[in-house]
Design a protein around this ligand. Structure first.
Ligand code: NI
Length: 248
């Protein structure tokens, strides 16, 4: 069930049965020569929508631009400053709690978002902690899960891609997007086959160290078939975890 494809009476009816919602959250940033700019937003969205269809979970709109400052030397990348992202996440959560939602499960697709998402949770809880005494507002609870850390997913990715998984523009994440959007596949020869590893600083330095955008990976191994396997494992895990969180 997707919020933006529902009517308000449907959301009102859903709220009578559950106070929990899943929000995919990611980034719009370069993902190497054959990876889609939307990869980090598309991966959690693809997984969430399938989980929503299978288990009746309400899935909100994707928060699809995040912390991508160090990718700004590559065209197409869009970034938010941390304060903007925190403010926007706060507005999203306050809108949802206004309607009665009490549990927001954020399914994240971008490692660079983690620190800011955690800071945003503190901003959200600030309103609850320092709200008017006696207002008896139900406590909002948020949960952050990176999709690649869902139970069983990382092991499966290592089995599928024992060499060249790397840490940015990985064959696993590119496979998930190819599974979701097979028409957007790109075949590109990678030179070198496996990209270099190293530290991340700011945008220009990043492009000097990692000229085609990849870090440690060989995403030319990506396939629709592998993506289907990863998505199936992630959907299973997210349904179980969302249900226990909703009941917490
Ligand atoms: Ni990514």
């Amino acid at each position: 069930m997707q919020l933006h494809l529902s009517s308000w009476p449907e959301i009102e009816a859903y709220l009578a049965t559950s106070k929990a919602i899943l929000i995919p959250i990611g980034s719009t940033e370069q993902h190497g020569p054959n990876g889609l700019l939307g990869t980090d937003a598309l991966c959690p969205e693809i997984i969430a929508r399938r989980a929503g269809d299978e288990a009746g979970i309400l899935v909100g709109p994707t928060f699809n631009v995040g912390q991508a400052q160090h990718h700004m030397a590559f065209p197409g990348t869009i970034t938010l400053r941390p304060s903007t992202m925190i403010a926007a996440m706060l507005d999203w959560s306050q809108s949802l709690t206004r309607h009665g939602f009490e549990r927001i499960y954020w399914l994240n697709g971008h490692g660079g978002n983690i620190a800011t998402i955690t800071a945003a949770f503190s901003e959200m809880y600030h309103g609850v902690t320092f709200g008017e005494p006696g207002s008896n507002r139900p406590p909002l609870r948020c949960m952050l899960r990176n999709w690649w850390e869902l139970g069983g997913v990382m092991d499966l990715c290592r089995q599928l891609f024992p060499v060249g998984e790397g840490s940015h523009a990985t064959p696993s994440e590119v496979s998930v997007t190819y599974f979701g959007y097979p028409e957007a596949q790109k075949r590109v020869e990678m030179t070198p086959k496996i990209a270099p590893n190293g530290p991340i600083y700011d945008a220009e330095d990043y492009r000097r160290r990692f000229p085609d955008g990849r870090i440690g990976s060989d995403p030319s191994q990506a396939s629709v078939e592998a993506g289907g396997k990863i998505v199936a494992a992630a959907v299973r895990a997210v349904i179980g975890e969302f249900r226990s969180f909703a009941a917490s």
